[in-house]
Design a protein around this ligand. Structure first.
Ligand SMILES: C[S@@+](CC[C@H](N)C(=O)[O-])C[C@H]1O[C@@H](n2cnc3c(N)ncnc32)[C@H](O)[C@@H]1O
Length: 827
């Protein structure tokens, strides 16, 4: 049993690797394949039945000590059972091997409770990445792809002049509350602030380890010395009123030292000498974050603010804040500008005067902005003119004189093409479509409709096409057209990259996309839904129509998740719906219809097989013997991959012709479609042509009304008509001749389905023509609102249905890679 699980895991998740190596009692090993002496990537413990992760890890850790401690260790250790898998970086378990009070001689398969408890205490749970098979498959594959490479380790973040403010702000939240100090008194009596304590912790040389016992002071001149092993961690010497030196000590409250250790293992200390000196010279920036800035409507979450600035530093250089002018032209209350250091180079404008007032108030409270650079400006209506100038423009109310609003310093930059090259428009504009300029206030509250009353819309609607309804594209096009040469760092939805109705936008906005990271939209204030939001860095001085990019993906908690490719070729790529429409030519002997919703994951919930055409504004493709396969392929490629926030807006495309010759793939898709829960064929709505079995196979009490499907599956339809081109499809120029080729996995689905049908036909009051949907309805029943219940009281039925679902899941797994291979989705 355990062997089977190991084989299955190896095939399903570690196909590219070598899992054949045996190291004594270690259950499972993973290495790079095809390389002599390649290093181990994983050693894992395997258990057939669900087992506590710490128990499995404890067994493995003891096994390693006894059987493999002299070998070069793997990058990760881990464990899995029939439902889950977990990984831990090997470095994170090293502290266990340093423990004195540990029974290393016990039998690994029989570790005691004390050992398990010790492992639990020593291996911090933050270091353990746990995934569930099936549900988290995409995440498992991504994790393996990202991390199962030789060399390198998950590095701690380096601290430099671009991120120290964020590190300080996080430290205030996570560590500072545990320090036993009276901050007010310290400030009043000794002129000492919390930042001094932060700096004394930052001033530690961690010796390249996360172990705090080998830490030592890095830059000796700092006036508070910190020692993590002492009970009074901070030591500070001051002269008293009599000129005598007095040493003051401070320590942590309960559990504080653990918080300290937990916090600092994320960062590499000390910062380099140049950065340490810089930080010490900019103590003015280490002030508590003004709470008011968080209250601004639709603020940008600080973790993405920090990350976006890290990416900007990566793209524009470490000194980007001194070398570039930064203008946030929809600044709200200025949250996006948090963490920036050079206020002379920053400009912030926004729609609401109220928000401008808040920004000015914040400056008084220490926000690092210059009052003369903060101003009210409606970016979608106002003219790019300096204060003191005016211009006559034609408006809906006749000719009007419009006064300039830009600070002269900013105007001088934007009116000089050379200086514009050093201008960064750094924004998080509203994402939603808006009804009018008045409702274009933020991301959340707008009704659907269009922002048609602003100047930018009117000016650029013809070149933007359908994209003109989106406020964020209006921002982008004005920047591109009127501030050309500049760089743009903007948060936005991903539509601009691949959506078919944004092809006009892609033609109009041809800037080079230098970098992109994406995060889940629901982490943003007032944004609902499961889709990605990206941070894009564009260079408008390089003309390039967007074709493809490999971007970085981050999870909601800010951890790196993997990469994702976005690719589009407006000339070459056709949507899967256009393809289907071309093949949807049949009008006779129709056995059902398939609804073809908008071709992305978001709309897959509408994709179903039904008896009759529905009423939604979608195409309903007609299914008969000639189009059954093509419909099943369309259905399966869209349904076999789970919708996630990451793929939600990925577009399904017309495939490469290769799929037409892959008969096993086609048959897999057919079986997948027949037994999928979105197959809603019911004998209540007409003749059920979707019974995959004969009366004999399921011991039916009467003859079925239709044998279409069982005939089709047995190849009879073809034989009877003896027409070689019966299944060939004129629309694909007769290339598609159906030859059914059943894989073992497809056969397993058929046999699980057969058992279910058989069981149904043993029931008293049965409908001989029942479909899968009808059978489910029979056993599960409906609730008082008429909705089919999710479970049944019939235990045998429940077991049979679970078998069918599990076989179908396996079949989906086989179809999945083909979806990419044949180009239904671009990788
Ligand atoms: C998503 S919020 C981001 C705010 C800010 N960057 C932050 O992180 O807190 C978008 C901001 O754009 C402002 N805005 C909307 N339309 C605008 C326009 N036409 N011109 C300038 N700002 C606008 C809104 O008032 C809102 O504060």
């Amino acid at each position: 049993m355990e062997e089977e699980l190991k084989n299955k895991t190896a095939i399903r998740y570690f196909k590219k690797f070598d899992c054949t190596d045996i190291i004594k009692r270690i259950d499972f090993t993973v290495k790079v394949s095809g390389k002599i002496n390649s290093e181990y990537l994983l050693w894992a413990e395997a258990k057939q039945s669900p087992t506590d992760i710490y128990k499995m890890l404890a067994q493995l850790i003891v096994t390693i000590k006894q059987d493999a401690y002299n070998l070069l260790p793997p990058k990760f250790i881990g464990c899995f059972d029939s439902e889950k898998i977990a990984f831990v970086e090997y470095n994170a378990v090293l502290p266990v091997y340093a423990l004195n009070d540990f029974n290393w001689s016990q039998t690994p398969s029989n570790v005691d409770e004390k050992t398990i408890a010790t492992i639990k205490k020593t291996v911090n749970k933050d270091n353990i990445l746990k995934f569930y098979f099936g549900k988290d498959d995409d995440e498992i594959h991504n994790f393996i792809e990202q991390n199962f490479v030789e060399g390198g380790s998950l590095l701690s973040t380096l601290i430099d002049k671009n991120n120290f403010i964020f590190v300080y702000q996080k430290w205030r939240e996570m560590v500072m509350p545990s320090i036993n100090a009276d901050w007010e008194k310290l400030k009043k009596n000794y002129n000492i602030y919390d930042r001094d304590f932060f700096l004394s912790e930052l001033n530690i040389d961690d010796n390249d380890t996360t172990d705090i016992s080998d830490d030592k002071v890095a830059y000796p001149d700092f006036f508070i010395s910190f020692n993590s092993t002492a009970s009074k961690c901070y030591q500070l010497t001051r002269k008293d009123n009599f000129g005598l030196e007095v040493t003051y000590s401070f320590g942590y409250k309960n559990g504080g030292l653990e918080k300290y250790a937990d916090f600092w293992k994320r960062y590499k200390r000390p910062p380099k000498n140049v950065y340490w000196n810089y930080i010490i010279s900019r103590l003015d920036l280490l002030v508590p974050q003004d709470v008011r800035e968080r209250k601004g409507a639709y603020y940008t979450p600080q973790i993405w603010v920090e990350l976006s600035q890290k990416y900007l530093a990566g793209e524009l250089g470490k000194n980007w804040q001194d070398e570039y002018y930064i203008w946030d032209c929809c600044a709200g209350t200025g949250n996006l500008l948090n963490g920036l250091v050079n206020k002379y180079n920053i400009f912030a404008s926004t729609l609401d005067q109220q928000d401008v007032e808040v920004m000015k108030e914040r400056i008084k409270n220490g926000a690092n902005l210059l009052e003369s650079h903060v101003f009210q400006f409606d970016f979608l209506n106002d003219e790019l003119l300096p204060v003191g100038n005016s211009v006559k423009v034609e408006t809906d109310f006749g000719i009007m004189e419009i006064s300039g609003k830009l600070p002269q310093a900013l105007y001088d930059i934007i009116s000089d093409p050379e200086r514009r090259k050093k201008l960064l428009i750094y924004i998080n504009p509203p994402y939603k479509e808006a009804t009018s300029a008045a409702t274009v206030q933020g991301t959340g509250s707008n009704k659907s409709g269009v922002a048609t009353s602003n100047m930018v819309y009117k000016k650029y609607k013809n070149i933007l096409g359908k994209a003109s309804n989106e406020v964020f594209t209006q921002f982008q096009i004005r920047i591109y057209k009127e501030l050309s040469q500049c760089k743009i760092g903007n948060f936005a939805k991903l539509k601009t990259l691949c959506a078919s109705n944004f092809s006009d936008f892609r033609n109009a906005f041809q800037a080079k996309l230098k970098k992109l990271f994406i995060v889940p939209a629901k982490t943003f204030d007032n944004v609902d839904g499961s889709f990605p939001i990206g941070f894009f860095i564009w260079d408008t001085s390089e003309i390039e129509k967007f074709k493809k990019i490999k971007c970085d993906v981050f999870s909601a908690d800010g951890s790196f998740f993997g990469h994702k490719k976005y690719q589009v070729d407006d000339e070459k790529h056709e949507s899967i719906n256009r393809w289907m429409k071309r093949l949807d030519t049949e009008t006779e002997n129709i056995v059902g219809y398939m609804e073809n919703p908008t071709p992305d994951f978001q709309n897959n919930k509408f994709l179903c097989i039904i008896n009759n055409k529905g009423t939604r504004h979608n195409n309903y493709s007609a299914i008969n013997a000639k189009t059954l396969i093509v419909n099943a392929v369309y259905f399966s490629v869209r349904q076999c991959i789970k919708q996630t926030w990451l793929n939600d807006r990925d577009q399904f495309l017309s495939p490469k012709v290769k799929w037409e010759k892959d008969f096993e793939f086609q048959t897999n898709c057919l079986i997948y479609t027949i037994f999928h829960s979105q197959n809603r064929i019911s004998s209540n709505n007409g003749i059920n042509h979707w019974i995959p079995f004969t009366e004999y196979e399921v011991d039916a009490k009467e003859k079925f009304q239709s044998h279409f499907l069982s005939d089709f599956l047995s190849g009879k339809v073809k034989a009877e008509k003896s027409n070689a081109n019966l299944f060939s499809h004129t629309a694909v120029e007769s290339r598609l001749i159906v030859t059914l080729q059943f894989s073992d996995t497809a056969k397993a689905v058929l046999s699980a389905g057969r058992e279910l049908w058989k069981y149904y036909h043993t029931m008293e009051a049965t409908n001989v023509n029942a479909s899968l949907y009808d059978i489910k309805e029979f056993f599960q029943g409906r609730d008082k609102n008429g909705k089919m219940k999710t479970g049944s009281i019939d235990a045998y039925y429940t077991e049979l249905l679970a078998n069918l679902k599990s076989a179908l899941w396996d079949l989906g797994e086989i179809i999945k890679p083909k979806v990419y291979e044949y180009g239904f989705l671009s990788e």
